[in-house]
Design a protein around this ligand. Sequence first.
Ligand code: M6R
Length: 369
Amino acid sequence: DKGGWPSFMAKEVSEEPEAVANTLRGRIRDGQIVIPELDGLDELFASINRVIVIACGTAAYAGMVGKYALEQWTRVPVDVELAHEFRYRDPVIGPDTLVVSISQSGETMDTLMAVKYARDRGARTLSICNTQGATIPRESDAIVYTHAGPEVAVASTKAFLAQITALYLLALHVARVRGSLSADEARLQVLELEAIPAKISRILELEQSRIEQLAYWMADTRSVLFLGRHVGYPIALEGALKLKEISYIHAEGFAAGELKHGPIALIEPGQPVFVIVPSPRESALLHSKVVSNIQEIRARGARVIAVAEEGDVAVLPFADEVLRIPLADPLFEPLLAVVPLHIFAMGLATAKGLDVDQPRNLAKSVTVE
Ligand code: M6R
């Protein structure tokens, strides 16, 4: 049931605040993380020396975001790998490796096979999944469910936010077990997480119709580029994937620092480029680097659409459009910056008269290799 929305995707984007809130619900007590599903695993979390995250598509981008938090808080090295690449090499894994799989459906064959492969090689496996009782969690040693609710549209939206939320909960939990984060430090991060749902609602309230209008104007666009740095990089990849999937427009996401190593050659007058701008308050250096990237592409005629924090005026002289997100600590910005990109992809597909829920050639869950 679309509940009065024009598409399941529209409904699911509107549910992004709840997807985060429901994934947090019952897992925070007195400012600390409590995940009953992980009881009894302290020894495992204390002993691991490596984490490998495996997933496909959007779930892999959630993993890439999660890597920043996991490494920063737990100090355990983290690799993120596409599930279908993982088992066709000879990965270095063993009992000290925790393999974290991420899957909305829990049925993605590539991810399932990678989990089995890791388990057969002696690694411990933990599944982050949105579907109760699905195959991947059943094949894993431990499960952390995301509580995004059923996701019907082929393009994953609310599940992505719930996956990042679950990874952050896991990272904080492991960090407390290992003692790499104090109770006070963890409490501060928990406060940031708890503030996210209201901030997403604010984006939907203040920016949604403006972004849809922008998408409508851009319906004839043939190619869109997305740039991001640090946690903004996987968000750029996610913005590009969503646009390809449902609006059939060529789109590429790049790490902003790669620009001069190649992609800047693509910039010609009128080329639309979304730029995810890091917070100027929290990461002045990163912010200034991204602003200079914006200047470089603007000088070559790019049409810049910046996704930037409220109050960031440094981007104004160089951006053609600024989509605003509320203030947050850098690690939490992905949970906000992705929302305008989901709205944009949906708006553009709608403006082109396409079926946003059932894009051509794609299935919601890819159960073949
Ligand atoms: O069910 P899963 O999370 O395992 O699915 C993984 C990908 O197939 C999925 O995220 C896909 O990339 C989406 N269609 C993206 O919107």
